[in-house]
Design a protein around this ligand. Structure first.
Ligand SMILES: [Zn+2]
Length: 307
């Protein structure tokens, strides 16, 4: 294993000096739009127009990618393993290596999707960092990413790339878009454009950017906010049929869908206890009990917090 590279990366050196941005795809091995988008950036970022440096890693978690899985062969979720350890299992080693990259960067952009089993509406996110200067840069980057939803959430979640960035004072954002086993060309294009827009907003890339309207910019400082798998779990195992679509508005007590038995005689409704907008939805019909079915951006809760 000595000196063997854990993942492949590519650095673009600008013609002018400046800051260093790290862009990651494939922290989860089954999230394909980020991988394609980061690869595309390699040809889209021109050295002549760049001030500073951009490091691109299309597939951070190659062992997970090669087994078509969110997790690596040690069954660890890389996004729960940061800062990792050089002597640990493969996922812990990768987390450690990425932490070194994050430490060496001035800004981080980490791209995700819903993975094989679910689809996510486009949004960018950041932590409500305790340092107001870093928080302001993160807000600026997340808005510049040019997606319809911007979500600021708890800075207390650990194990993520954003936690490592938080601990090293590196302003960071993540984004979610797509998933469900394909590779949506619209998401790939939007992701690449989003990264270019952030580089432009940071004053590193001399390109024109057309800023699109932001429909929701929510900041939710509850302890577990931003933990996507925490709500709307399957009450039973079975065949899930959603009754809602991404970006639909729902209220407490609304039916998100139903889960039925093989012959369909038994049918259980899935009721939400949240009010907001559907940001993520399971696309794979068979579901185990307690697996997550939907992610809801709580618009009302955040509004109540702000009042
Ligand atoms: Zn992910």
């Amino acid at each position: 294993m000595l000196n063997q590279k854990l993942f492949e990366s590519f650095t673009i050196e600008g013609s002018q000096p400046g800051k260093h941005v790290l862009i990651l795809g494939g922290i989860h091995g089954d999230e394909y739009e980020p991988m394609a988008a980061v690869r595309r950036l390699r040809t889209q970022i021109s050295s002549e127009k760049l001030s500073g440096r951009v490091t691109l890693v299309p597939v951070v978690n190659q062992p997970a990618y090669e087994r078509i899985n969110r997790r690596g062969p040690d069954d660890l979720d890389l996004a729960r393993t940061f800062p990792g350890s050089p002597e640990g299992s493969i996922t812990q080693q990768i987390a450690h290596e990425v932490t070194q990259l994050i430490q060496a960067a001035d800004y981080l952009i980490d791209l995700h999707t819903g993975g094989l089993y679910s689809n996510l509406a486009p949004f960018s996110g950041y932590t409500l960092h305790p340092d107001p200067a870093i928080l302001e840069i993160q807000r600026h980057m997340a808005r510049a990413f040019n997606l319809p939803v911007v979500w600021g959430t708890s800075a207390h979640l650990d194990g993520r790339s954003l936690s490592a960035a938080r601990d090293h004072g590196v302003p960071a954002i993540y984004a979610e878009w797509g998933g469900g086993s394909g590779c949506d060309p619209k998401a790939v294009k939007g992701y690449a454009t989003g990264c270019l827009s952030v580089l432009s907003a940071l004053g590193m890339l001399d390109i024109p950017v057309e800023q699109k309207p932001i429909l929701y910019h929510i900041e939710d400082d509850r302890e577990e906010s931003g933990h996507l798998q925490l709500q709307n779990h399957a009450p039973v195992a079975g065949f899930f049929e959603p009754a809602v679509q991404l970006m639909d508005q729902v209220q407490v007590g609304d039916v998100l869908g139903s889960i039925c038995s093989v012959m369909g005689e038994e049918k259980t409704s899935v009721i939400t206890n949240q009010t907001g907008v559907i940001l993520g939805l399971r696309t794979l019909p068979y579901v185990e009990k307690d697996e997550w079915l939907a992610v809801i951006l709580e618009t009302e809760q955040a509004r109540a917090n702000n009042e």
